[in-house]
Design a protein around this ligand. Sequence first.
Ligand code: APR
Length: 251
Amino acid sequence: MSKQEPAIPNGLLEALRTAQHVVALTGAGISAESGIPTFRDAQTGLWAQYSAEELATPEAFQRNPRLVWDWYGWRRQMVAAAKPNAGHLALARLEHLVPTFTLITQNVDGLHAAAGSREPIELHGNIMRVRCALEATRYTTWSEEGALPPPCPSCGAPLRPDVVWFGEQLPVIALERAWSAAATCDVMLSIGTSGLVEPAASLPRLAYNRGATVAVLNLDVTPHNQERLYLLNGQAGNLLPALVTALEQQG
Ligand code: APR
């Protein structure tokens, strides 16, 4: 049976058609169909005994840098093998259909840029980069010949993944750009995020309270349509292509 083409509410299409500024906020759910487990998915294999919350922290890195380094190495291999899916590609198309488009992601997998989205705001960093734990100098290539985590080539302190750990501050510029986009957009799409982690979780509420139209695209929402608030249940890889195709057909 062919995949049921999801119906996109007319009110949402109308809001998108007339919008000057559209924001998309994405979470781990948009990369699930690229084979990358979400944070709320149970960890597998060697890592099944740990939860993301206990590994993605400065304290865990302080206590056992090698364990945390290896966990990110395992995740980096998964990300390196992953391809953008129909959801990522649809957002790259959407960018060309509206006057101003801002993509904000909590994901660290780089799949939005790989799909062709220009300048995604990476609120939580990027797993394909590391930085010196002391000087914060960033590197996109490094050697793993000697002891792990590798020493910073310039000061010898350990290198660490260039991602935001629980309890850490978000990159200031990225956060300011995200707040500003939420404060000025006409439509915000919140896609594949559980909305449990601040400050990203507040962005849709901020936009809605200012008068923007908000649509939540998620596997675990009950469908709901009301003025300026649309809850669409389904996979991002289904919903987003249907939304963008409907918008393209409206012309
Ligand atoms: N399509 C749409 N939504 C999906 C899909 C899918 N194919 N698969 C899963 N989801 C939804 C889940 O229902 C869940 O609500 O995506 C959401 C994923 O939630 P989390 O795993 O909590 O991921 P996220 O919201 O991105 O977590 C935010 O928390 O763990 C920290 O820093 C980490 O960036 C992460 C942040």
